[in-house]
Design a binder for this molecule. Sequence first.
Ligand code: HEC
Length: 386
Amino acid sequence: MSYPPQEYDESKSNTVVWTATVLLILSFVIGLLIFPPLYEAPKGEAASTVLFIGRFHPILLHLPVGALIVLSIMELACLTSTGEYRFGSAALLTLWIGAAGSVLAVLAGIMLSREGGYTGGNFTLHQTLALVGTAGVLLALCLRLYAMGQQNRELMHAYRAVFFGSFGLMSLGAHFGGNMSHGSKFLTEHAPEPMKSQMITLEKWMLSMVEPPKASANESKAQPAVEPVTPAPKPAPATSVEAPPSKTLPAPNPNLPPASVPSGKDKLVFQDVILPIFAAKCNKCHGEEKQKGDLRMDTFESLLIGGENAAEKKNNIVPGKPDESLTIQSIVAPIDDDVHMPPEGKDQLTPAEISAIRYWVQAGASATQKVSDAQFPADAKEALPQ
Ligand code: HEC
C-alpha cells in the first residue's frame, strides 16, 4: 500500500528539511572535532566560555527527552492505517527537534566534562551511549526523510527500528548520567525486590565492561596516597603488644615526636581538626540540609550513628579500627569506585586530610581528645590548624 499522494507532493519542503538535517549533522561532526569526547582527565584548563556553556547540559538534555518521548507516541499513531498520512510531517518535525536537542546536549555535556573530575564507569557509559544514541537518532532522521520521499513502507519500518533502538540506548546512557549526579543507588533504592536485584545485576554487568578490574579491598586501602610517609621505625616488640598492628598506619609511637604541636592548648582534635574537614568537603551532601545516604556528618553523635548502610552495623566510625570504618573505607576507595567519597568531580580530600581523619579514628575517635595530646602522623601536618 502506498501513502496518499498529497503528503509527498511538496518536494520543496522536503528539500528544506534535508538541508536542515545536513546542517545539523555537520554541526555535530564539527562540534565533535573541536571538542572530542575524552575518557581521561582533560589536560589544562578549558576556557571559561566552554565551562559556562557546559553548565547548560543539565537544562538542554530535557529537550531531546521531551521531544523523543512525544515522537515515540506519534510513531505508534503513525502505525495505524491513516496515521502516517495524518501525523507523518509532525513526526518528522518532532524528530528533527529531538535530534537537534540531542546534538546540543551531547556537545554541552562534553564541554561540561572539561571541568575535570569526570572519569569512571558511570561517566564512560554515559558519554558513550549518549554519543551512539545521538548518531543513531541522526541516522533515523535521514531514514525517515528518505522513506517519506520514496513512500516506502519497509524503509519506514527500518527507520522505526533504528529510532527506537537509538532512543533506548540514549535512555540507558542518561541513566548512568543520573547515577553521576544522584549516586548509584538513586533509581534502584526503592525498587520492588525482584526487580531491584535484576536492575543492580544488569547495571553492575554494564559497568564491569568499561571499568578496569577493581583492586581487592585490602590492596586499595594500601594505596600510596594514604600511606604515611613517616619512615617510622618499627616499635620494639615489647611496645607493639598494646599497639594493634595496622598495615597502613603505624600506631602512635610515644618515642617519636608528634608531627606538630599546634599552639592553641585547648583545641580539640574532633572539633578543630576533623569537623572543619567534613564541613568543607562532605557536609554539602551530609549536613543539615541534605543527608545523602541518610548520613549526617556535622555533629559527633550523627557521625557515629552513620548512614543507611552503617547505622545497623554501627560501622560508620569504629573507634580504633579505621579499616573497619565505612567513612574511612569510602575516602580511601579508588576514585572510580562507587563507594568513593566525595563523589568524583567534587572537591577531593588531600592526603594530609585523609591521614588526619585516619589518625583520629585509630586513636579512638574521641570527641574530647586535645590537639596538644594528639600525635598525628607527619603527613597529616598540612591538615592541622596552624
Ligand atoms: C556531592 C555530594 C556528596 C559529597 C560532597 C559527599 N558525599 Fe558521601 N554520599 C553521597 C551520596 C549520594 C551517598 C549515597 C551513596 C549512594 O547512594 O550511592 C553518600 C554516602 C556516603 C556514605 C555511606 C553512608 C551509608 O551508611 O550508607 C559515607 C560513609 C559517605 N558518603 C562519606 C562521605 C565523606 C566522608 C565525605 C567527605 C569526605 C562525603 N561523603 C562527601 C554524596 C556525597
